[in-house]
Design a protein around this ligand. Structure first.
Ligand code: URA
Length: 237
């Protein structure tokens, strides 16, 4: 990789700042000052900027147990961004895989790999998302059938894809959906005349929220989890 590109990918330097740092002789490769951005960095080379070693950060895949009160969107947010919960470098390169409402808790995936995100959230593919919903009213008798048949959400002209409802308690249900429409779970229960008072995401495709993660805690996904998620949607609708 060219040295100028290496500098941008391994530090906060922009292209023009990297050029200036090179021109000022602040960059060394294996101890020697290098001023050419076209210099090719090879595996095992040690690149330093003012004596500090720079390393390329590879693609990152993180699971976070999102607490209520944090916002997945970065724009016009009145709440703290979920990224504030991560203690990692270059947070600005990361994005959430889909979104959870500010009041929703549980599993959110975070990455800087746009292609991976696309495979998980593309509506062409049907990746299960499993939620635990606490309800204001007892579940109706026919709730399972209504969810399985698809529900017409307010403002939509097509019913939702079939969803699987599991009755946990009178006012507690586990719902598996394969779409990610805006406020979908809350709107599905609202269409049945109920109201979601708390919502928690337990699983996305084959990956469940790690029981060891307290609210606000995160960990890197294992390579097996990363590839299982990428393959989870291999049966396009
Ligand atoms: N459905 C909702 O209504 N809210 C969420 O946060 C996720 C799914």
């Amino acid at each position: 990789m060219r040295l100028d590109k290496y500098l941008c990918e391994s530090s906060d330097l922009t292209r023009s700042l990297a050029r200036s740092a090179l021109a000022r002789g602040e960059i060394t490769v294996n101890g020697e000052v290098v001023k050419r951005g076209t210099f090719v960095v090879r595996e095992g080379d040690q690149v330093q900027w003012d004596g500090e070693t720079l390393e390329i950060i590879g693609l990152r895949y993180i699971m976070l147990n999102k607490p209520a009160g944090y916002e997945c969107s970065l724009k016009n947010s009145q709440h703290l961004p979920v990224m504030d919960l991560l203690d990692v470098d270059k947070r600005d390169r990361l994005h959430t895989v889909g979104r959870l409402d500010v009041d929703t808790t549980g599993l959110i995936l975070i990455t800087d790999d746009g292609q991976w995100t696309h495979r998980i959230i593309s509506p062409r593919h049907r990746c299960d998302k499993v939620y635990l919903a606490t309800l204001a009213e007892p579940l109706s008798e026919d709730a399972e059938e209504r969810f399985a048949a698809g529900i017409l959400l307010e403002g939509e002209d097509k019913v939702t894809l079939p969803a699987v409802l599991e009755r946990v308690e009178e006012r507690l249900a586990r719902l598996t959906i394969q779409e990610g429409k805006y406020h979908q779970v809350r709107r599905m229960f609202a269409a049945l005349g109920n109201h979601v008072t708390a919502l928690h995401r337990e699983r996305i495709g084959p990956v469940a929220l790690d029981d060891d993660l307290q609210l606000g805690e995160s960990r890197y996904l294992t390579p097996a989890e990363v590839s299982a998620l990428a393959q989870a949607d291999d049966t396009p609708a």
